[in-house]
Design a protein around this ligand. Structure first.
Ligand code: ZN
Ligand code: ZN
Length: 451
């Protein structure tokens, strides 16, 4: 299937809001404009073969023939102006460059004669200078010859449709960026709101059902983090996911939630509603990602087509020149995922965030050292006994300075409220360990006597 068709079809099939479809990359319009660009260049003898031949000849730095440059520093900072500048040798009023075809030479001669007083650089080569090819705006190098060096003239070729093409493309990319920003803000607000609601509903002191739902949300979010749906922080597949991968991961997550019967575990009506809103959010995020991908692809395709027809090399220059923080940078999914973990997932405390970095059990009683690192009191006692002075995480000299005032009682209360099971288990483990120290390694408490 041709890309234009494929693009149109996927815009129709995915159920995007009309507003999105209206701002999608105007691929057909750009294609039509590209025809005019090609024709315009052909008329002045700059067909793609001539230009590609000239590009090939530029590998020799002494024979820079032209620069095509998307000028990002135009007066209106939102738009840029493409500039096609030729460096030609003119001798006795005649363009002498061998690579150029006769009609191109004629054309360049014509505009050169009009712009002679403005653009004439007449720079002759100074052998002491650095290679001018390194500086795209510098005066080009004139080949050595026994005769007097031929002066070089810089000629800018006016291109009407070329400017029009980039005007359309740039305007659309800016519009798409604005649209994505708007969607990002809207979804971001919803994420924060949902986080607050779940937080309110699951305060443990509100009763048994709140505590049960808190536990279920914790399991749901744990699975969600494991799924790494839109973004992976794992070393093996670090980075943003494609929409195809995201669909797969989202499906895995939903299957897991179903097979573990977690939705049944949500007893409060508020929690159930929150879960379906959470799923809708993910579906919307997926849609944003898909829309971004297909438009991004459309930009890549049209620029490739542009280069194929003109040999001007824009597919390299355009993405660098254009200022697109969202569409081309693809940061929306990443940003929203970050917000999801800050404003939503973190409202249901995860045990991983409260473990002692030494024994990997819940850090109870929590001792907060002067360096702000928190350990369980048991591990700290053992470090003191061994005469260790430095925090194992940051190497600050803080351990021997720890005293009663370093007990973090606010955190202890929080842990008792949010992780009652884990705290009880840790207290028992601490007691067992202490008793073994007192009564010897064969000591076993009643709980373990069965073993
Ligand atoms: Zn510990
Ligand atoms: Zn530390």
């Amino acid at each position: 299937m041709k890309f234009a068709q494929e693009f149109r079809k996927s815009l129709q099939q995915e159920g995007y809001p009309q507003k999105w479809i209206d701002s999608a990359v105007p691929y057909g319009q750009l294609k039509k404009c590209l025809k005019k660009v090609t024709k315009e260049l052909q008329e002045i003898g700059l067909d793609k073969d001539t230009l590609s031949q000239l590009t090939a000849s530029q590998r020799d730095p002494s024979a820079v023939a032209f620069h095509y440059h998307l000028d990002g520093k135009a007066a209106d900072s939102k738009h840029f102006r493409p500039r096609l500048t030729f460096f030609i040798h003119i001798k006795d009023g005649v363009v002498v460059d061998a690579e150029l075809t006769p009609p191109t030479r004629d054309f360049l001669k014509q505009i050169a004669s009009k712009t002679v007083d403005v653009e004439d650089t007449s720079a002759t080569h100074d052998p002491g200078q650095a290679n001018p090819a390194a500086d795209p705006n510098g005066a080009p190098h004139v080949p050595h010859s026994e005769e007097e060096p031929v002066p070089i003239q810089q000629v800018e070729v006016p291109l009407v449709f070329d400017s029009e093409f980039f005007e359309i493309l740039q305007t659309d990319v800016s519009n798409l960026d604005a649209l994505q920003e708007e969607e990002q803000k809207r979804l971001g607000k919803e994420i924060t709101l949902l986080g607050r609601e779940i937080n309110q509903a699951t305060i443990p002191s509100k009763g048994r059902r709140a505590r049960g739902d808190l536990e279920t949300w914790r399991n749901i979010f744990e699975l969600y983090l494991d799924a790494r749906i839109f973004f992976s922080t794992r070393e093996s597949d670090h980075g943003s996911r494609t929409s195809t991968q995201a669909v797969e991961q989202l499906r895995w997550f939903q299957d897991q939630v179903l097979s573990k019967k977690l939705i049944h575990g949500l007893k409060l009506e508020n929690s159930r509603q929150a879960y379906s809103r959470f799923l809708n959010m993910n579906a919307l995020l997926l849609q944003i990602l898909k829309f971004q991908e297909i438009n991004n692809l459309a930009v890549t395709k049209i620029l490739k087509k542009f280069d194929k027809r003109t040999s001007l090399g824009v597919s390299r220059e355009f993405p660098v020149t254009i200022k697109s923080h969202r569409l081309l940078a693809g940061s929306v999914a990443k940003d929203l995922c970050a917000q999801m973990s800050n404003d939503l997932i973190s409202v249901v405390p995860q045990l991983d965030d409260y473990l002692c970095p030494i024994c990997f059990a819940v850090a109870y009683w929590p001792v907060r050292l002067d360096c702000e690192h928190v350990f369980c009191s048991r591990c700290l006692v053992k470090m003191c006994r061994k005469g260790e002075r430095f925090c194992p995480l940051c190497r600050a000299d803080v351990i021997l300075r720890a005293g009663l005032e370093h007990f973090d009682s606010a955190r202890a209360a929080f842990l008792r409220e949010y992780f009652p099971k884990e705290v009880k288990e840790k207290i028992r483990a601490n007691e067992r360990e202490r008793n073994r120290e007192i009564f010897g390694p064969d000591y076993s408490d009643s709980l373990c006597s069965v073993m």
